[in-house]
Design a protein around this ligand. Structure first.
Ligand SMILES: [Zn+2]
Length: 75
């Protein structure tokens, strides 16, 4: 069992324990273009930003956040 040092949050740079970290993947046409490790605070900010951009009257090809196995994938 490995006990790696905690990696920092991709957004704020604070160390975040694996148990608390959220991994967010951004993908376009099923190709991963970015992957971020976020602390809970930055994740809340991130998801809020995407939800605010997904207004009901927005264009149908707006990004959609999908949770898969604890990872959040934006298509
Ligand atoms: Zn953070």
């Amino acid at each position: 069992m490995t006990d790696d040092a905690d990696d920092p949050c991709s957004h704020c740079g604070e160390d975040v324990a694996d148990a608390l970290a959220r991994t967010v993947r951004l993908s376009v046409d099923r190709a991963e273009i970015d992957s971020q490790r976020l602390c809970p605070a930055c994740f809340a900010e991130w998801i809020g930003r995407y939800e605010s951009e997904m207004q009901p009257d927005s264009e149908p090809d707006q990004p959609v956040v999908e949770e898969v196995d604890g990872e959040f994938i934006v298509d």
